[in-house]
Design a protein around this ligand. Structure first.
Ligand SMILES: Cc1cc2nc3c(=O)[nH]c(=O)nc-3n(C[C@H](O)[C@H](O)[C@H](O)COP(=O)(O)OP(=O)(O)OC[C@H]3O[C@@H](n4cnc5c(N)ncnc54)[C@H](O)[C@@H]3O)c2cc1C
Ligand SMILES: *[C@@H]1O[C@H](CO)[C@@H](O)[C@H](O)[C@H]1NC(C)=O
Ligand SMILES: *[C@@H]1O[C@H](CO)[C@@H](O)[C@H](O)[C@H]1NC(C)=O
Ligand SMILES: *[C@@H]1O[C@H](CO)[C@@H](O)[C@H](O)[C@H]1NC(C)=O
Ligand SMILES: *[C@@H]1O[C@H](CO)[C@@H](O)[C@H](O)[C@H]1NC(C)=O
Ligand SMILES: *[C@@H]1O[C@H](CO)[C@@H](O)[C@H](O)[C@H]1NC(C)=O
Ligand SMILES: *[C@@H]1O[C@H](CO)[C@@H](O)[C@H](O)[C@H]1NC(C)=O
Ligand SMILES: *[C@@H]1O[C@H](CO)[C@@H](O)[C@H](O)[C@H]1NC(C)=O
Length: 528
């Protein structure tokens, strides 16, 4: 990070010298905006003109599409940015902030592009541009220190690979999809297979680097604990442009054990799912993470149990026989492997895929997607389960994915990080809908199916508020309509994502970005 801070000082000089020039010319014209960017970023070795893609540029579409991860937002009707800035240097980011501010253009920040609602590259205001961070992807692992600096444009797969390259007994608790970007993932919480043992990604962050609304580069010490708290779970995009996080590596054994077992509907099916809810969070050791996927195949309910255990297969069998005999796990279902191989397994790559597949930036599948989330506080009773299972067969979509909580998650106070869903949760349920057809008719149909199952689930999940997970961005739970972030609109989704932590997020927001420059459809509002 040393090199970065030197460059930072250097560019800060330019940027201060030029402040007066730019703010005097705030005509909202395109040429003036570009001129402003060029004025503010005058480092000869890194001209900003080399990283600006305007609509008339023949590479504009491919640069835009390169990190569109939801095909719903790859249509001709999708609002497009006036330009894309593929920043290579901090001075480019500082110029983007200063000029977007003076020209009143909304800035969208994109790292891995996996936002479910396309928040990082689409907008509900007419005039916006994308600050694309994919070039900031350095990963600097220190095994001695059990930590790593990771830049926001790195993918989770790259982070896991670079850790495993240096040590087979270290890992990091984060998501299972390897192409997800560090920037959105960590700023929004970040969970995966190691959650019951080590908590979320944000529970394992030591430091961060961010550029604030005034173009200053801040680390944890200079930003202070409030802002550091906010950008470890409250979403980065309300507060600034995050450059990197310093993550704390966690210990993993040489050998872990995985299984994936499928059970189809029979007379004991609801009992099996019921029992899963009873044991998943409370009864199982922290080392064990059993994800349950409920879907429908050939008009029949199907349950897939995908598991990662930090231990060997004998131990796993004995834990399972003791706590969850109904699954009837067989030794032959279990596969022992290294932790990094289990990452490949969990990412649902075909068996035998080499671990360097984690370095691929191209997702295995791209689809039109809708996601929603719910929190399960009490087991759904058996009659309730039978009802939901029947509705799932009728609707065919969405799939329900249960991610068990408990363990370390239940030990961390709910105010420790902006992410509030800690003790008292059995699982988070994800509603997962993917489709291939383009166009509004298909979209409306699939959105309707997803919302219909969500409505049927109402009696069984958290209420007042009906809690939601920020990383599973869902515009159904409320948005700011005018792009200006009204406090009242913000409180609607804010309380669902953050519960009582919302107020602290608003106070910090009001302090660090009083004019609400960093805003989007679901950003943290300022105090009225
Ligand atoms: C296929 C798939 C699998 C997933 N699996 C998991 C999982 O296992 N666990 C989990 O927790 N989540 C998972 N997610 C959700 C994922 O963590 C979030 O969508 C996350 O926000 C994506 O980060 P990104 O950088 O790729 O996205 P982006 O779309 O680039 O960004 C998401 C949000 O963060 C903001 N942002 C991005 N970079 C910065 C930055 N540098 N500074 C400030 N703000 C920034 C964006 O403006 C946007 O609001 C999954 C999503 C998908 C689509
Ligand atoms: C990477 O980390 C090492 C050791 O922690 C440090 O000496 C080095 O300067 C870092 N490199 C960069 C580019 O940050
Ligand atoms: C850019 O700088 C030039 C020369 O200093 C100045 O004339 C012009 O007004 C500036 N434009 C903007 C948009 O800042
Ligand atoms: C498109 O923009 C890139 C980056 O600024 C530039 O290198 C390239 O020459 C431009 N291409 C055209 C055809 O203008
Ligand atoms: C996105 O849309 C463009 C233009 O229609 C198309 O060429 C491209 O293949 C699409 N991307 C994907 C991944 O389908
Ligand atoms: C589901 O149906 C398909 C074709 O209709 C068939 O090939 C497949 O074997 C069936 N699967 C199961 C588990 O019955
Ligand atoms: C486990 O699976 C093996 C191989 O499929 C089978 O022979 C054995 O009977 C199974 N054991 C149990 C307890 O079901
Ligand atoms: C789904 O569509 C039907 C038919 O148009 C409508 O009656 C229903 O209210 C919709 N459900 C949801 C949850 O949007």
């Amino acid at each position: 990070m040393k090199s970065i801070s030197n460059i930072a000082l250097f560019s800060f000089f330019f940027f201060t010298v030029l402040v007066s020039t730019c703010s005097s010319s705030n005509t909202p014209s395109h040429q003036s905006f570009i001129q402003c960017l060029e004025n503010y970023s005058q480092i000869p070795s890194n001209p900003i003109s080399a990283v600006l893609y305007t609509r008339d540029n023949s590479s504009y579409s491919s640069v835009l599409q390169a990190y569109i991860r939801n095909l719903r937002f790859n249509e001709s009707t999708t609002p497009k940015p006036r330009l894309i800035l593929t920043a290579l240097h901090v001075s480019h980011i500082q110029a983007a902030i200063i000029c977007a501010k003076s020209h009143g253009v909304q800035m969208k920040i994109r790292s891995g592009g996996h936002d479910n609602e396309g928040v990082s590259y689409v907008s509900n205001v007419p005039d916006f541009f994308i600050l694309d961070m994919f070039n900031f992807r350095m990963i600097n692992v220190s095994i001695e220190d059990e930590s790593a600096w990771v830049e926001v444009g790195a993918t989770l797969g790259e982070v896991y690979y670079r850790i495993a390259e240096r040590s087979n007994t270290h890992g990091f608790p984060a998501g299972v999809c390897p192409t997800v970007g560090v920037g959105g993932h960590i700023s929004g919480g970040g969970y995966g297979n190691l959650m019951r043992k080590y908590g979320l990604s944000v529970d394992n962050i030591i430091d961060a680097s961010i550029i604030d609304v005034n173009g200053r580069i801040l680390d944890r010490k200079s930003m202070g604990e409030d802002l550091f708290w906010a950008i470890t779970g409250g979403g980065g995009a309300s507060y600034g442009v995050v450059l990197s996080y310093k993550i704390k590596l966690v210990r993993v054994p040489n050998i872990v054990t995985v299984f994936r077992v499928v059970r189809r509907y029979n007379e004991n099916f609801a009992d099996l799912v019921y029992k899963y809810q009873k044991v998943a969070a409370d009864k199982l050791p922290k080392e064990l993470f059993i994800r349950l996927i409920l879907d429908v195949e050939n008009n029949t309910n199907r349950a897939t149990f995908i598991t990662m255990f930090l231990g060997n297969s004998q131990e796993l069998i004995s834990v399972m026989n003791k706590n969850f005999p109904e699954l009837a796990l067989n030794q032959t279902d279990c596969v022992q492997m290294s932790w990094i191989e289990s990452v490949v397994f969990s990412a649902i790559f075909p068996t035998g895929t080499p671990v360097n597949a984690l370095l691929s930036r191209v997702p295995q599948v791209l689809a039109h997607i809708k996601r929603k989330s719910d929190y399960l506080k009490r087991p759904i009773p058996k009659e309730g389960l039978e009802f939901i299972l029947k509705k799932m067969v009728e609707l065919r979509t969405p799939i329900l994915v249960f991610n068990p909580y408990g363990g370390k998650m239940a030990e961390i106070p709910s105010s420790e990080k902006p992410f509030p869903h800690r003790a008292g949760n059995i699982a988070k349920i994800q509603y997962l809908t993917n489709w291939d057809e383009n166009g509004a008719e298909a979209e409306n149909r699939y959105l309707n199916l997803t919302r219909t199952l969500f409505d049927y689930m109402t009696p069984f999940v958290s209420m007042n508020p009906r809690e939601a997970f920020l990383n599973y961005r869902d515009f159904d739970i409320g948005i700011n309509h005018n792009g200006r972030n009204s406090y009242l609109e913000g409180a609607v989704y804010g309380v669902k994502y953050f519960k009582e932590n919302f107020n602290r997020l608003v106070k910090i927001k009001t302090k660090v970005d009083p004019h609400n420059f960093f805003r989007n459809e679901q950003s943290i509002p300022i105090l009225p």
